[in-house]
Design a protein around this ligand. Structure first.
Ligand SMILES: NC(=O)c1ccc[n+]([C@@H]2O[C@H](COP(=O)([O-])OP(=O)(O)OC[C@H]3O[C@@H](n4cnc5c(N)ncnc54)[C@H](OP(=O)(O)O)[C@@H]3O)[C@@H](O)[C@H]2O)c1
Length: 243
């Protein structure tokens, strides 16, 4: 039987959404490939899944480094020959103290574009032969409701902060639509998911009302395991479409 495979980016912290997604996909029988820029950290997390009897591999992947993307593609090609699920979960650091586009640090905007937009886009291009080699691959871009303040003009209160992050996530949603359109004649489905407000950064002291990563991961896993007649090019929270 062919092994189902899923690669998740930005898996460096045990309480992060990426690790919860990896855990849930592994529990569904996927061999999960956990990736992060720091190999030691992602190695520890993959070992934790293996101790629980799950199939997990750790690889180094930096979304600003095409060389690491190529190395990951080569590893997957030799080891599995295909990729069933790609979850673009990694995201650049968010500065919630910036309250207006007028005050945005343009270097921070550039960095958000590199990590949140161009990185996932180039990763899809690099892994496309492997995604096409799977029977019906799924691509999930982990976005944010911060994108909605731009695309839908919604007043999202606290999310109105961090213009670099909001711009990056809005652009990621646009890339999601473009990729879905480009792949419409294939079985590959591409969607963006807002995981919802999640308690992944207690050091910031502002997430006491947020939900645990395992709850947010379910909506990502839903998009990663859509049936053949599932949507493509959409933006979802907990399986429900967002504007
Ligand atoms: N938590 C929330 O309330 C919330 C709400 C909406 C959306 N989201 C989205 O959910 C996703 C996961 O967020 P999280 O809350 O779980 O936070 P997180 O653990 O901090 O996740 C971000 C990950 O991205 C990685 N990363 C940063 N730059 C990278 C690069 N150049 N190459 C590869 N990886 C890189 C980080 O790695 P390092 O440790 O090496 O920096 C980290 O592992 C993100 O896309 C985030 O925008 C979260």
């Amino acid at each position: 039987m062919t092994t189902k495979t899923a690669l998740i980016t930005g898996v460096s912290r045990p309480i992060g959404i990426g690790f919860a997604v990896a855990q849930q996909l592994a529990e569904q029988g996927y061999h999960v490939i956990l990736t992060a820029r720091d190999l030691a950290r992602v190695d520890t997390l993959a070992a934790q899944l293996r101790r629980d009897g799950l199939a997990a591999t750790a690889l180094r992947l930096d979304l600003t480094s095409p060389a690491t993307m190529a190395a990951v593609a080569e590893y997957l090609s030799w080891s599995f020959g295909h990729l069933d699920v790609l979850v673009n979960n990694a995201s650049d650091v968010v500065d919630f103290t910036v309250l207006s586009a007028l005050d945005a640090d343009i270097d921070a905007v550039r960095s958000a574009i590199d990590v949140d937009v161009l990185g996932p886009w180039q990763l899809v291009q690099t892994l496309l032969p492997l995604l096409k080699a799977a029977p019906a691959a799924r691509i999930v871009n982990v976005s944010s409701n911060s994108a909605l303040q731009i695309s839908a003009g919604l007043d999202l209160g606290a999310s109105l902060r961090a213009p670099a992050h909001s711009f990056g996530k809005h652009a990621l949603n646009v890339v999601t639509e473009m990729l879905a359109h480009a792949l419409v004649d294939t079985p590959i489905l591409v969607n963006a998911v807002d995981p919802g407000s999640t308690a992944t950064h207690p050091e910031r002291g502002d997430d006491e009302h947020d939900r645990p990563a395992a709850d947010s991961a379910r909506g990502v896993v839903w998009a990663a395991t859509l049936p053949a007649d599932g949507p493509t090019g959409g933006f979802f929270l907990d399986g429900r479409p967002l504007p």
